[in-house]
Design a protein around this ligand. Structure first.
Ligand code: PBG
Length: 324
């Protein structure tokens, strides 16, 4: 038998770091990473987020300097999240031409034209109730919400966004956004769909970071964490609607979904290592329970190995500064 000991000894290729590097199957580089940034209007000083050590809400006024620093450290792409002080029932500030989304995108692009600026296209940071769309009779109304998502996407692109990332998990959102962008002449702007987004416990630190006081839960639109096949359907439907990149979110608890999706689509795949995944590693490392750098390396490597081309991670800046 060919694979049998003693003829076969897999340890031969693990002997030295040089050999291990030669046969390494997976690599992670800054080219693959997107760094999420929280931008708050109406504040003077950065606000550290307690549940996400090392991450702060950046004052809108200081965004230009922050973006320049981020780019000079080696980050190639950012995802912007607005922390709104002008919330209402529908999140209308988000599609106004002078609203927070438009302003922060313009500031970021003016500060660093080469940096890829991606707009998270959703409403939870802009609504008083904290839901990702228009609430009617206690439920988020799908079709009214996708019409507003389309408006928000057009506003974001007009302000300079390089990519649109719809994250509200409404049916038909990719189709509605693609049609609206094309109609506005933005045929070249890609859509990275949060196509398989689960109703996850791991978003809690983000909700504090983005200032969304959600009453209730998102179980009527985000996916049931127990479902894998349905996640594939969600993603393949978004592909059919015209998505250019598909995303699985969160990342580590859903590597099975990522790996199965990799087998079924030829599109690039993204995975979002979310706020709770970040917090777990940060707090465990702070408690001395694990080595942060090794844990980051291992989790990002696992996410790539499972099939992601792109990773959204709050660790991107640490990696840019300190290496991987
Ligand atoms: C919705 C959005 C959320 C995240 C990214 N986009 C929050 C949610 O769905 O509740 C979570 C990201 C994270 O936890 O890091 N705008």
């Amino acid at each position: 038998m060919k694979d049998a000991f003693p003829a076969t000894r897999l340890r031969r290729l693990r002997k030295s770091e040089t050999v291990r590097r030669l046969v390494r199957e997976t690599a992670v580089s800054l080219d693959d990473l997107i760094y999420p940034v929280f931008v708050e209007e109406g504040i003077e000083k950065p606000q550290p987020i307690k549940s996400m050590p090392g991450i702060s809400r950046i004052p809108e006024k200081k965004l230009a300097a922050e973006i320049k620093a981020i780019q000079s450290e080696g980050i190639r792409a950012v995802m912007l999240f607005g922390v709104s002080h002008k919330k209402d029932n529908t999140g209308s500030d988000s599609w106004k031409s002078g609203g927070l989304i438009a302003r922060m995108i313009k500031r970021a692009k003016d500060a660093a034209p080469e940096l890829i600026v991606i707009s998270d296209t959703c409403f939870c940071e802009y609504t008083t109730h904290g839901h990702c769309g228009v609430v009617e009779d206690g439920l988020v109304a799908n079709d009214a919400t996708i019409a507003n998502l389309a408006r928000q996407a057009v506003t974001a692109v007009a302000a300079g966004a390089d990519m649109i990332a719809p994250s509200s998990m409404m049916d038909g959102q990719v189709k509605a956004i693609r049609e609206a962008l094309d109609e506005a002449g933005h045929i070249e702007v890609p859509i990275m769909s949060y196509s398989s987004k689960f109703a996850s416990a791991f978003y809690s630190p983000f909700r504090a970071a983005a200032g969304c006081d959600l009453k209730g839960d998102r179980n009527s639109y985000q996916m049931d964490p127990m479902n894998g096949r349905e996640a594939l359907r969600e993603s393949l439907i978004d592909e059919a609607e015209g998505a250019d990149i598909l995303m699985v979110k969160p990342a580590l608890p859903y590597l099975d979904v990522l790996a199965r999706l990799r087998e079924r689509t030829l599109l690039p795949l993204a995975a979002y290592q979310v706020s709770g995944e970040y917090a777990m590693i940060k707090f465990a490392a702070a408690a001395g329970a694990l080595d942060e750098k090794r844990a980051v390396r291992e989790t990002l490597g696992a996410i790539k190995r499972a099939g992601a081309d792109i990773i959204l991670t709050y660790f991107a800046r640490d990696i840019a500064r300190e290496g991987f």
